[in-house]
Design a protein around this ligand. Structure first.
Ligand code: CO
Length: 146
């Protein structure tokens, strides 16, 4: 009985120390993300990321996605995404430079993805952006892996 309670206390204690392994991001009709810096804790095995479009405009007018790449790959991926079109979520197919991405969503929609954190490098130079045409100039930010 005592052993059981000690075990229970240890489990509860370790819960408090767990890293935050889920992130919620919002994008709006004003063509903006609500965050410009995202931190991923490398002690997370997987990170659950939820993108929510808080606006009302349809996907073809104000579509948003959340795409993560290395900083040096962003422009190339954004340009390739432009050519790929909406039916491909404005991203090149099976491009290994895309580390993670949600689908393109319109107002009132959301998408949830899981990111394999073990593939990321601590201190790596990562960014996130929306690959909808013209959005990445404004809709972008830094991803820090700590
Ligand atoms: Co967008």
């Amino acid at each position: 009985m005592t052993k059981y309670f000690i075990g229970l206390i240890l489990i509860m204690g370790s819960n408090i120390a767990f890293a935050k392994c889920s992130i919620n991001i919002e994008a709006s009709d004003a063509m903006q993300f609500n965050q410009s810096n995202i931190t991923i804790d490398s002690s997370c095995k997987k990170l659950t990321l939820t993108l929510k479009h808080t606006g009302k405009l349809p996907v073809n007018a104000m579509g948003h996605n959340w795409v993560m790449t290395k900083s040096s790959d962003m422009t190339d991926i954004a340009n390739a995404g432009l050519a790929a079109g909406l039916s491909n979520n404005y991203l090149p197919n099976n491009d290994q430079r895309v580390i993670a991405s949600t689908k393109i969503i319109g107002g009132g929609q959301s998408d949830i993805i899981e990111i394999d954190v073990s593939k990321l490098t601590k201190g790596g130079d990562y960014v996130f952006f929306c690959s909808f045409p013209g959005h990445w100039a404004i809709m972008k930010g830094k991803v820090s892996v700590i």
